[in-house]
Design a protein around this ligand. Structure first.
Ligand code: SF4
Ligand code: MG
Length: 328
């Protein structure tokens, strides 16, 4: 099967007050065309850093230290700022947690949506028509007349719909959504998730959906990537991960009441212990200080990315090492 996006061995460091933080370590990720992939983990696990790296929007103090981000025949990790600008907004676009990050408060919605089409050989009237049609598609009533409204004249939920519409305007192959519903209340969140699902079907784009809500990921996504302290600890199809979590971290996340996981707004449960210091990650397994199943090997050796039960289901835990099983 073809792959749209293939991240391989991606490591990213952050420099903060003289310290070097290993924000992402040896991350592997695949996104096939038209699939919805959820990235889930506690705050500080690197999920936003990963999402930002895919669209060339890493903070200035971040550095890609290894790895590649293959997308449509290019390695995004090696593109110049200028080359990345040609990809961003056209082949890959992003929806942010706060819609105001993407909207210009002093420019009308219509003008902003026309400006996005600046490279297209279309008349202004045609660009305006396309903008109005997109507003209708994302559920803005009176789309035609609302083109002349400013961002503050819309509710928060409507603003996020507009941002999603703007992100899809150039019909990208990949949409990155970084916690797009976090600022919304539960009812609006459900609506936006439903909209994303409909739009994915209509436009056929792949979506990378960053979230700390297990329920939302279960509801929306085809596949899940579970991150912990800068590493992908488990990934696979939603049904495999939720039915047969193979990494002790995922197991801990799912150990709470399953009915509550299905509630879209369900936050990640708190598990005992704290995240490791990313400036000095522990030797061995990144999760071992909090892992109820840790054994001697976990202290000295970092686990490989092992195959788990199910198609393309993988987890970084020594317990999945077939050779060593039973010897722990
Ligand atoms: Fe736990 Fe060891 Fe598996 Fe890490 S490798 S998750 S410490 S059992
Ligand atoms: Mg974040």
């Amino acid at each position: 099967e073809t792959t749209l996006l293939s991240v391989h061995d991606l490591s990213i460091d952050f420099f903060r007050s003289g310290a070097k933080l290993h924000a992402l370590r040896h991350v592997d990720l695949e996104v096939r065309p038209g699939r919805i992939v959820g990235i889930v983990g506690e705050s500080g696990c690197g999920k936003s850093t990963l999402a930002s790296s895919l669209i060339g929007l890493l903070a200035g103090n971040a550095e890609i230290v290894s790895g590649s981000i293959e997308f449509e025949g290019q390695d995004l990790a090696r593109l110049s700022t200028r080359q990345m600008r040609a990809v961003r907004g056209r082949r890959i676009s992003m929806v942010f947690q706060d819609p105001m990050t993407a909207l210009n408060p002093v420019v009308t919605i219509g003008r902003q949506m026309i400006d996005i089409q600046y490279r297209e050989k279309r008349s202004s009237a045609e660009k305006r028509r396309i903008a109005a049609e997109m507003l209708r598609t994302v559920g803005i009533p009176d789309a035609e007349s609302r083109l002349s409204a400013y961002p503050h004249q819309f509710s928060g939920g409507m603003r996020q719909r507009i941002c999603i519409g703007m992100a899809l305007l150039m019909e990208p192959a990949l949409l990155i959504a970084d916690e797009p519903t976090t600022a919304l209340d539960a009812t609006l969140e459900v609506q936006v998730i439903k909209l994303l699902k409909e739009l994915q079907q209509q436009f056929g784009c792949a979506i990378v959906f960053v979230s700390h809500h297990l329920g939302t990921v279960a509801e929306l996504c085809d596949e899940v990537v579970v991150m912990y302290a800068g590493e992908v600890v488990e990934r696979g199809a939603v049904r495999d991960i939720f039915r047969k979590p193979s990494h002790p971290y995922t197991q801990a996340l799912l150990e709470c009441d399953p009915a509550r996981i299905k509630t879209p707004t369900r936050e990640l449960p708190t598990i005992p212990g704290t995240l490791p210091d990313l400036a000095h990650p522990p030797k061995g397994c990144i999760f071992r200080e909090r892992c109820p199943k840790a054994f001697a090997r976990c202290e000295v050796e970092a686990p490989a990315d092992y195959a788990a039960e199910g198609a393309e289901h993988r987890a970084r835990c020594h317990l999945l090492d077939g050779k060593a099983r039973g010897t722990a």
